[in-house]
Design a protein around this ligand. Sequence first.
Ligand code: 4AZ
Length: 822
Amino acid sequence: MSSPSCEMDKDWDTSVQFLPASDNKKLEKKKGPGKVGAVIGVVIFLAVIALMTGLLVWHFHFRKDVRVKRMYSGSIRIINQVFEDAYENSSSSEFKALANQVTSQLKVIYSKSPQLAKYYVGSTVQAFSEGSVIAYYLSEFRVPVGQEAAVDNAMSSMDKLVDKARRSFHTPGNALVFEDVMSSGRAKTQTTDISLDTRLLSTSFSDSFKFSEHARTDHIGQIQSPGFPDSPYPSNTFLQWELRADPNHVIKLEFDTMNLEANCKNDFVKIYDSLVAIERRIMEELCGYYSPSSPLTFMSSGNVMLVTMATNDKKNYPGFRAKVSQVPRGSKALTCNGHLTGERGTFSSPNFPNYYPPQTRCEWSITVDPGKVVKVTFRKFLLSKSGLENSKDCWKDYVEVNGKKVCGEQPDRTVTETSKTNTMSVVFFSDASYVGRGFDAEFEAIDSNDPCPDQFQCRNQRCIKKELQCDGWNDCGEMSDELNCKCSSKDISCKNGLCKPMFWKCDGVDDCGDGTDEENCGCQAGQMKCKNNKCVSEKNQCDGRDDCGDGSDELNCGRVASGVTCTDLTYRCKNNKCISKVNPECDGTRDCEDGSDEENCDCGRSMFKTSRIVGGQDADEGEFPWQVSLHVKNSGHVCGASIISPRWLVTAAHCVQDDGRTRSYPTPTTTNTPTTMNDIALMELDGPVTYSDHIRPVCLPAAQHDFPAGNTVWITGWGATREGGFAAPVLQKAQVRIINDSVCNNLMGGQITSRMLCAGVLSGGIDACQGDSGGPLSNPSGNRMFLAGVVSWGDGCARRNKPGIYTRVTKFRGWINEKTGV
Ligand code: 4AZ
């Protein structure tokens, strides 16, 4: 192999150029140096020297002074002071006197570290709380660029500095005695930035406010964002709420509304298990929308809590409101240790299904009859997701069963453990930051020789009904129930060894994964299949005659035939002539003579390039700009809808019917009694919306628009993320496929009409759910999205063999046009 330098030599050889003789003369001419040339040379030389000197002076003299502001927050326990009520008021003389003492002692502490002493600017005490007295402070440093890590390190060993200062003090009699120092220094395992949230440092807030609330036993306090509920919260503002409880109590913070901008980079609320914003003590960061029907309650570990809110540009969101109360330490909601016995039982993390408090350890010991073993199944497992990068280590919050740690969020009933003896211990641990909703578990005594009586045992120890083995569905979650199967006569034997239900054969979707179920579907060699399932000779295709009887053999024939006979499948131009192209509208090609297929095409596009729903993921901001959240006063989000024009929305009829429970619905234009039949409604807005990057209409399909089975479509919404579950705070998106009408009708017990459209993933797990109703089923076509359906109903959510049912928009295209002009 040749080395790079050899190759370069070779290149050099080939690139040498010899000047022609005429140029030689020119060179000789230039060679004659004039005086002017010499002067210019000297001037340039001096200029270069001066420039370099300047650079060196700047580098050594000034550059070292380029410093960055670094803020650290911390708390310190003062054990030789007794808390006084006046310490809660930062303008009291008692507060000021103690704060002065703390800051001057902090200065001494920082002077014990060379790195800190050099760059220290000053400290301010933010608050005090009981216990004996805890001081919460902010310290500012001006650190030369490049020295940040050294200062972070020094800060992370604050406790050692406090010791050093204590030992070397000529301690005056009245000096404060510090213990439990906690600065926002970097813990060894911590990966987040240790100084304050950089969003706070980079934003210039035009206003900042601080509020205090002391919870009392016989009183429920309330905090809320400014203006709530009558006006949107202010822009470019930083707010803090200091919450305190009596000694030996913890704080319960219960949000009844949380409705902020969806992007946490812009507006956010943070909850801390401290009185200062120490990132190591953050419990949760909230933004976006939380349904009032899903509980959002937090508990502190001590008797203080801090809520902060930061907003940037004006965006008009309502904000939040929360109740503040105190709960005695050791009360029933918080105790979690226990000895459990019996044949079966349940237990859950403290405060479930609400957020568990930080810094909690619980241990349950379960004992069943001798000779039996214990099996624990976690029905819900929702531990904090933070720190999951190293999920194997579970170094933050975890559950430990028989010495095996599990952490993060896990699907329902997928975490199960069986003991080897008749006892089992379960430990729950939450560390100092980030909390989750916790877990809910059941245990039972089982016979170790027959762990799944009359059932099939999966490799992951789950027990499933015997009938579910080899039925084409992945019931175990790891496919062990679908391996080594002999398919029954009711099944398709896929070449790859899987068995799939026979009704999936020839439905236009590759269910086996290897195409077996879509082979030999109907027509003989040399024939084509019409849309109405008739077989006609391939020679009849595009011969100008309707051989199928539904015109499907004359569609998409290369050149667009204009003025063809109009059928249910042809597109009708404005001039009433029909064309043979399938879905010609807004595809960028003018197909109608009058160009009407390309009119009104400013729709169905998001302005951003981007790469509740059950089984979905967060949508990007502006990805589905036609998605609307319909709110009912005091109940928040109830349904989805889609923008079709500046004045009109399409939603589901059942979203706007007044059933007596939910009041104040706007009067809609519905087609009929709003049941699952004709489940579509139009809503006219008071005034037109202004389109923006985040607000745009979806394309309405022509009445003849074809959405064939197998097409991939998007479902979006803020509905429940599992059947019977909670609404999603961030718009969810998921991809599903359109399902063949007759397959769907069989699956849904004959309830499907031609005005409905089915979409889903038949193996279950992805679907629209409660709260998604009225929202769009968006079908991508070219670079636009068309509104194929309106979320309508289903048999539960994401159940296998139970697709979601949508109102088929094409069937209502004429009605929509008649009512709205769109
Ligand atoms: C509902 O209740 C609902 N799985 C919407 C869609 C589906 C089920 C229920 C489809 O709004």
